[in-house]
Design a protein around this ligand. Structure first.
Ligand SMILES: CC(C)(COP(=O)(O)OP(=O)(O)OC[C@H]1O[C@@H](n2cnc3c(N)ncnc32)[C@H](O)[C@@H]1OP(=O)(O)O)[C@@H](O)C(=O)NCCC(=O)NCCS
Length: 195
């Protein structure tokens, strides 16, 4: 029986393609994180306003946390869990990732952008490009979902703008740093994707 999560055959040959390492949009370049991105990550991630709804992150956020984040991105399997640094005008201003569950034909995306660049449509541009890449690369992919703290209006607005539908709110479904969180879930199905 074939393991749906398998990324290589018995000879080590890849049986699933990766999403492109580099994705260019009108204003952005998405490319894999590099170790020397830690300072850029630190510059936005140490902002408490940026991490307001990312309560699982260390707080205060220091250089070792940024280095651990970047190293973690490098170690991820780029078939099942690709991630990209979001580069705008030559600088890393955020990150975006997808986690595939091929056995269910589904995936989840997550993203962030530095506060200095909020509300210019940049996250929407990155997220749309990644959704397009995921649906066009994996024909069997049927659904892409995303979740946010119910209080995180900007994140949910991005989900709406990329064509996702709000499916509901899981009430009090997580406890992070002592806070009980309601999580809003959104998704887009292949049949709703304009690609
Ligand atoms: C969520 C986040 C990625 C959005 O990035 P961004 O580049 O500002 O997103 P965009 O500019 O593409 O879209 C933001 C939209 O949210 C709207 N918005 C901003 N603050 C809002 C709020 N408090 N409530 C509702 N909508 C809000 C903006 O007006 C914009 O919508 P519009 O284009 O219709 O005007 C960014 O705020 C961020 O990184 N936050 C910190 C990390 C985070 O929360 N990540 C998501 C975890 S689920």
């Amino acid at each position: 029986m074939t393991d749906p999560d398998r990324t290589s055959d018995e000879n080590g040959k890849a049986v699933r393609t990766t999403l492109p390492d580099r994705i260019e949009t009108e204003r952005l370049l998405l490319r894999p994180f590099r170790l020397d991105d830690a300072d850029a990550v630190l510059s936005y991630a140490r902002d408490p306003e940026w991490s307001r709804y990312l309560r699982a992150l260390p707080s205060p956020y220091g250089l070792p946390d940024a280095e651990r984040f970047v190293a973690g991105q490098l170690l991820r399997d780029r078939v099942t869990h690709p991630s990209w640094a979001v580069v705008f005008e030559g600088a890393v201003i955020g990150g975006i990732n997808v986690r595939f569950r091929f056995e269910h034909g589904s995936a989840e995306i997550g993203y962030s952008v530095a506060r200095t660049h909020w509300n210019r449509g940049l996250c929407t541009e990155a997220a749309r490009a990644v959704v397009d890449a995921a649906f066009s690369t994996h024909e069997e992919l049927n659904r892409i979902e995303a979740r946010a703290d119910q209080a995180n209006g900007a994140s949910q607005r991005v989900m709406e703008k990329i064509g996702m539908t709000k499916e509901g709110v899981l009430r009090q479904s997580r406890i992070e740093r002592g806070a009980v969180l309601d999580l809003a879930w959104f998704s887009i199905l292949r049949s709703e994707w304009g690609g």
